[in-house]
Ligand binder design. Structure first.
Ligand code: AMP
Ligand code: GLY
Length: 432
């Protein structure tokens, strides 16, 4: 099978790594990829939302399957265009992708499907917000409706903060048009965990539960990021609990989308809050998480390419039950000094001379590019994600940090406490 992967971050390097290990993998392409994918695939310089250019590459190179990593091309309808052209795609069409592209739409579908979620209201003005707060609650999450690069949520502990956040979004447009409408949601308490599943339109197969670390600094302090590290499996949910989440939070949604004539094919990612009253869905994403993929695919013992292809063809139910390796995986992100604010780039990375796949440690590239003399250099943001594998979460963590210690670039910054919730460890004070 000739495969094209769309995207260029750590998630896509992990997807490329998993696909390249399959005996069914023929030619492997990544658009645009990074210095890591360049070692195992052919990088091609295409804009990820340019459906026409992607379709023409697929025809020219006889691509059998396109795996879409990020949300932007999905929201832009790239999967629809490629399917219309006869190419199998792992990733939903634009209508399915609206689950992530519009939080108001996601709330509406959740309601129709009877999914357990936070009480909430969608508003388009401060006046509407003032009314809604009286029944949603005074402590709320204020969420920009559209895609806001992970920055569109303000947690408001009181009415004044909530109103100010609504005003900033709908009147001052601090998130641009993404904030023309906002969703107000009751503030839920609990542990956050992600259930990420393969969905072929009907069949839903969850992977092991994972936990991300969204804040920039140790102790879950500092600004929100795309994610500074992750681990799997999250020990608080056993296989039966994951199955129960699939039954209450994923399958009814998939049935509702099918009923609407827009069957969902690809990855469905449920961001959950485990509250005292049971799991509640905070958000859906329509793609793999980054950096969750850098632990989930290494944990998957089944052939990833066969699963992605079966998902794209609507034949997931015919696949054997998913198999996972025993033990755990943990990944630590090494980010540029100014992440998440800026994007310093062009620095030499040392310690990457060995193979990326070191058996029980894997080095996934995110923001890297091939620099002078074919050496990888930083390209901003989350530069690398280093994954450790081990018989226990503690062993996986030790392996990840050990492998990370051999790598450096100017200003490299990472969290030292990835996995702390799963390990039940006390959070170490942040070292400056
Ligand atoms: P979202 O983009 O909807 O996942 O929101 C980003 C982050 O905001 C989540 O990861 C949570 O930490 C937090 N959050 C969102 N909604 C709520 C809620 N209803 N209650 C508490 N925290 C929330
Ligand atoms: N790591 C969170 C996400 O990919 O949305």
């Amino acid at each position: 099978m000739n495969v094209l992967i769309i995207g260029g971050g750590g998630r896509e390097h992990a997807i490329a790594w998993a696909v390249s290990r399959s005996p069914s993998c023929g030619d492997l392409w990544v658009a645009r990829g990074n210095a890591g994918t360049a070692r195992i695939a052919r990088n091609v310089d295409l804009r990820e939302t340019d459906a026409a250019a992607i379709a023409s590459l697929c025809r020219r190179e006889s691509i059998d399957l396109v795996v879409v990593g990020p949300e932007a091309p999905l929201v832009a309808g790239v999967a629809d265009a490629l399917r219309a052209d006869g190419t199998a795609v792992f990733g939903p069409g634009a209508e399915g992708a609206r689950l992530e592209g519009s939080k108001a739409h996601a709330k509406e579908v959740m309601e129709a499907a009877g999914i357990p979620t936070a009480r909430g209201a969608t508003v388009g003005s401060v006046t509407e917000a003032a009314k809604a707060l009286s029944w949603v609650g005074e402590r709320v999450a204020v969420k920009a409706d559209g895609l806001a690069a992970g920055k569109g949520v303000v947690m408001a502990p009181d009415r004044e903060t909530a109103i100010a956040a609504v005003k900033a979004a709908v009147e001052d447009r601090v998130f641009g048009d993404a904030g023309a409408r906002v969703v107000l949601e009751e503030w839920l308490e609990g542990e956050e965990v992600s259930i990420i599943a393969l969905v072929d339109g009907e069949e839903v197969r969850p992977l092991v539960p994972s936990q991300d670390h969204k804040r920039a600094y140790d102790g879950d302090e500092g600004p929100n990021t795309g994610g500074m590290g992750a681990y799997a499996p999250y020990p608080g949910l056993d296989a039966a609990a994951v199955e129960s989440v699939a039954e209450t939070c994923l399958r009814p949604l998939v049935r509702e989308l099918d009923r609407r004539g827009t069957p969902f094919r690809g990855v469905l990612y449920a961001g959950l809050m485990l509250t005292a009253d049971g799991p509640r869905v905070l958000e859906y994403n329509v793609r793999f998480g980054d950096p969750e993929t850098q632990v989930l695919l290494p944990m998957l013992a089944s052939d990833a390419l066969e699963l992605f292809a079966a998902t794209a063809r609507g034949e997931l139910a015919q696949c054997e039950p998913l198999r996972f390796r025993p033990g755990a995986a943990l990944t630590v992100v090494a980010a540029a000094a100014d992440y998440p604010a800026g994007s310093a780039r062009g620095d030499v990375i040392s310690g990457l001379d060995g193979p990326d796949d070191r058996g029980d440690a894997l080095v996934f590239h995110g923001g890297t590019r091939v620099g002078e003399g074919e050496r990888p250099e930083t390209n901003g943001g989350r530069v690398l994600a280093v994954t450790g594998l081990g018989p226990s979460l503690a062993a996986a963590r030790d392996r990840a940090y050990e492998a990370l210690a051999g790598i450096s670039f100017p200003g490299m910054r990472w969290r030292t406490d990835i996995g702390h919730r799963g390990l039940g460890a006390r959070v170490a004070a942040r070292e400056e």
